[in-house]
Each structure stands twice: as structure tokens, then as C-alpha cells.
Design a protein around this ligand. Sequence first.
Ligand SMILES: [Zn+2]
Length: 258
Amino acid sequence: MRQQTKRTQHLVAMELIALPAVRKLSSLVVTVLGMNPGRMTLQGTNTYLVGSGSSRILIDTGAGKAEYLDHLKGALASAGVKRLSHVLLSHHHADHVGGLQDVLALAARMDPNGHAPQIWKHEKHPLAEALDNPSVLEGLSVGFLKEGMRFATEDASCTVRTIYAPGHTDDHCCFFLEEEQALFSGDAILGQGTAVITDLKSYLSTLRALQKGDAMFKVIHPAHGPPLDDPAAAFESRSAGLMKVAFVPGRETSTWRR
Ligand SMILES: [Zn+2]
């Protein structure tokens, strides 16, 4: 218990960088904040609209907060987006999939006669079990993400490649935007501090695999916290933070915010 108290004090002491609700990060990336700040979600869950033109890819859907949907709607309107082609989900946690129902309803209102977005997630922890209302998936296309799977926007403005990256959870995937060499790291690498880990062995090999490819990454867009424009330094500090706590006997492997 004493350890827990110390840890909580550490969490409270850490300052979070303020993030705007909607921010254009590049010509191909707009981020919309999930408006769900908290101890485990930092400033809230970042979701990402990827591509240019009237059809985009959405990475993650937030926690299902009404304010998020308003901001997403505004971001889509100001970018002239008419439809979402794909919704890519990094993993099954509620702060990433909780907004799916609202996002699908919004997509249907935007494009009533068109196709609903295709939904993609790794096959472990099926989406039907992760959602409060799985009936929302009826009649929709839900595909399983696999390592190397690529998604392109309709105007071919971008290609997003799937990187299977277990450790935070065993269904966790990252996404790589080839045109900007940007890594959407989900909860595997956070913008501030280090991730919560359910399987240390898997997490270490994920971190090593990402680290090997760091020359390929120019920027990391995490699911929580600000973008990281020095990926090599980010990998290094996450590894160092992990080592610091992972081998302290009796302490949980979670290294959240260290
Ligand atoms: Zn998570």
C-alpha cells in the first residue's frame, strides 16, 4: 500500500502539457482529442484523421464523450470531409473503442447513401465483447488487422501500414503513415511517460522491433500526450524508464508516467 501511495503522489506531481481539442499536425494528419482526461488517459485519448480529400481514415474513436463527437464533426466539416473510409482501432480498451457507435452514427449522417466505414481491429479481444452495445456492428464490415496490412485513402493521398505491437495488450497494433514516416503508436509509446504493460516480454520485443525501425520514423503520434518529434530519444527514454521499475522486486510492471 505504501508503494501505491508513493506512486500516486508521483502521478499527481507530473505536469501534463495542455493539448488543444483539434489540431492539424501536418498536411495529412489532424488530431481530435477524446475529451476524456484522467489519471490513466493523461490529457485524453488522441484520435487521428489521416489523409487529404473528401474521404479519410480515422484511427481510434475516443471514449464516447459527446464533446468529442462535436469536435470530430467540426474537424471533418472544416477539412471538407464527406466520409470515413476506414476506422482503425489500436486495441480494445474503452477509451479507444468507446466512441465507435457515435462515430458510425455520424458517418451515416454525413453520407446517408454511401458505404459505412470499414472497421478494423486485431482479432484478439473481439470488438463485440469490448463494446457496450455490440448490436451497432450488425451489417457492418469488421476486418481483422494483421501485421503489414495496408490501407489507402480513396484519393491515394496516403498509405497506412499496420504494425502488430503487443505488450500493452495482446491485440495492440500501431500504424505507420508511409508518406510522412509517422508512427501512430497507440498506447505502446505515450507522449509523456511510459506505457502500462500487461505482458513485459511481448512489450520488450515490440519496443525492440520499433527501436530497430526508428530511422524510418520521423515523428510519433501517440494515443495519449503530445507528438514526439525525436523518436530515437523517445524509444531510449521509454526503455530506460522501463528498466528502472521492471526489475524492482515486488513492484508491478506498470511504468505509467515514469
Ligand atoms: Zn490502452
